[in-house]
Design a protein around this ligand. Structure first.
Ligand code: F6P
Length: 346
């Protein structure tokens, strides 16, 4: 009997998911494995919504964004008997091994299934780039490229109108996208969740820059930043998902309001939102996703379960799922302090 590998994508989508799916399938099928795609993340595992994958189904998808398996933020740990239902559905479909592509929420479920006897391996995914144990998640490079291009474009319109332009980027708990795109785009100020925000200092830096004859500034802010001094919390009254995450978005508006009120500089805000997750992955992300996919299948061949593939330096390694799901990996002080050299100094 050929062995069967199930594969799913969970959590928010991310450019490069299709490249991972393609890599796992292209590695597995020539070795005699059958492949089953579990649709819409853990929802498909709970509701027995699956379909057979073959080489044709993964043809021509390496450059496509989104995920051919679709995804959801379904949390089986919140459902009565969620793990047992999943185990039963895996058995009904003859799935021997599972590849779960997702961020910390998805991998926490993978780890629980592994503890419960399911042979599972994880692949790290999040544009936020904040999973522990890996230097990079695929999707991050694409998000940074999109945000950098947006900042480049916003420069000319900001300059033409003598405006401060606040650019809100994704980053729930960490400011990786903000720091990387802000550095690449030459931002005058970058605000991230890892550093408390001092609005007085932000405005001082902007005034200093404008005082030297500059007519405009670019401020990049991660969506997860808290502004304790602002008039109204950005996420007040927003719904939460099944993993308990509040829907973010709005800190840019609050920040722009405060900057204009305190400095008198005309200020506009641009929230990049899901544009950062859409469209084709960069070459870097396609390559990383492909390496992760092949490495995940190699772990299955070695029967090395309960692990997540990860990038360390330029090597692909395997780390325990329990390590990957610890608290988010934060922006290093060295990186932020390097970015800060350019705040108001140009
Ligand atoms: O977790 C990745 C992420 O892109 C966060 O940066 C963002 O807060 C969240 O997903 C948005 O999720 P959704 O697609 O559910 O709105």
């Amino acid at each position: 009997m050929p062995k069967t590998v199930g594969i799913l994508t969970g959590g928010g989508d991310c450019p490069g998911l299709n490249a991972v799916i393609r890599a796992v399938v292209r590695r597995a099928i020539p070795l005699g494995y059958d492949m089953i795609g579990i649709l819409e993340g853990w929802r498909g595992a709970l509701e027995n919504n699956m379909e057979r994958l073959n080489l044709d189904k993964v043809s021509g998808i390496i450059y496509r964004g989104g995920t051919i398996l679709r995804t959801s933020r379904t949390n089986p740990l919140k459902r009565p008997n969620g793990l047992s239902i999943i185990k039963e559905n895996l058995q009904i479909n003859g799935i021997d091994f599972l590849v779960a592509i997702g961020g910390d929420d998805t991998q926490r479920v993978s780890d629980s299934l592994f503890q419960d006897g399911v042979p599972v391996v994880g692949v790290p995914k999040t544009i936020d780039n904040d999973l522990q144990g890996t230097d990079y998640c695929f999707g991050f490079d694409t998000a940074v490229s999109i945000a950098t291009e947006a900042i480049d474009r916003l420069h000319s319109t900001a300059e033409a109108h003598n405006r401060v332009m606040v650019v809100e980027v994704m980053g729930r708990d960490t400011g990786w996208i903000a720091v990387a795109s802000g550095m690449a785009g030459g931002a005058d100020m970058i605000l991230i969740p890892e550093r408390p925000v001092d609005l007085h200092e932000v405005c001082r830096v902007l005034r200093k820059r404008h005082g030297r004859g500059k007519y405009f500034s670019i401020v990049v802010v991660a969506e997860g930043v808290k502004l304790p001094e602002a008039e109204k919390p950005a996420d007040a009254g927003q719904p939460t998902d099944e993993f308990g995450h509040v829907r973010l978005g709005g800190v840019g508006d609050a920040l722009a309001h405060e900057i204009e009120k305190r400095t008198g500089f005309e200020t506009r805000v641009v929230t990049l939102g899901h544009v950062q997750r859409g469209g084709s992955p960069t070459a870097f992300d396609r390559i990383l996703a492909t390496r992760f996919g092949v490495a995940a299948m190699n772990l299955i061949l070695e029967h090395n379960f309960g692990k997540m593939v990860a990038l360390k330096g330029n090597e692909i390694v395997a780390i325990p799922l329990s390590e990957a799901t610890k608290e988010p990996r934060r922006v290093t002080p060295e990186l932020y302090d390097t970015a800060a050299v350019f705040f108001g100094s140009g």
